[in-house]
Design a protein around this ligand. Structure first.
Ligand code: GRF
Length: 197
């Protein structure tokens, strides 16, 4: 049975594009919805151009009421009969109720070699720590931010003179390889961690 996947985004959606483009041919999954908390983000137009259904739930309309925001997202997610969710540059913190509802079927990509540098500003933190390598991690989403079981990592060198921008660009190239590779496995129930680099 083909797995039905929703991808949640907040911005440019380059990871979403790489995931959508990977889900063709004999791939075990198909994209059925791209959902954003930002109705104006450029990723939504990219998803439409790729022929994927889109929806937006503007978190700003819900103030501090995260549960109401998530309930509105769940209306869209439940309507498409999902098997899995991929968070791809989705920049809202999720409640424990949401992560429990989708637990065991929700992935995220984070731009660090977890467990190092959970949260934001990962590139500068790695550079300032004097790390020799940085990278990205795909993990299952649990109630604790950026802390679920690790399903894959890609490593890149930190070069002399790297800035957050140059390092982010180098890591993003690897994100676009790692996330589709993990999704392809995960969609058939294979959680063997993937290593790239
Ligand atoms: C990626 O670096 C992702 O790891 C981070 O936000 C960025 C999203 O980029 N959480 P895009 O929207 O997929 O282009």
């Amino acid at each position: 049975m083909t797995k039905r996947v929703a991808i949640l985004i907040s911005g440019g959606g380059s990871n979403m594009v790489s995931l959508v483009k990977s889900m063709t041919g004999d791939h075990p999954a198909r994209p059925v919805l791209v959902l954003s908390n930002n109705p104006d983000c450029s990723g939504l137009a990219k998803a439409r151009d790729l022929g994927v259904e889109t929806a937006a739930v503007d978190h700003r309309q819900f103030g501090k009421d995260r549960a109401a925001f998530e309930a509105a997202m769940n209306v869209h997610l439940d309507a498409v009969d999902l098997d899995m969710i991929c968070l791809a540059g989705f920049m809202r913190i999720l409640t424990a109720d949401f992560t429990a509802k989708w637990g065991g079927r929700m992935l995220n990509i984070h731009p660090s070699l977890l467990p190092k540098y959970q949260g934001l500003n990962t590139y500068n933190r790695a550079i300032e720590a004097g790390d020799k390598t940085a990278g990205c991690t795909v993990h299952e989403v649990t109630a604790e931010l950026d802390a679920g079981p690790i399903l894959g990592q890609a490593e890149v060198p930190i070069l002399d003179g790297d800035t957050a921008d140059t390092l982010a660009a180098r890591i993003l190239i690897e994100e676009h390889k790692l996330y589709p590779a993990v999704l392809r496995q995960y969609a058939v129930g294979d959680r063997t961690p993937i290593k790239i680099g």
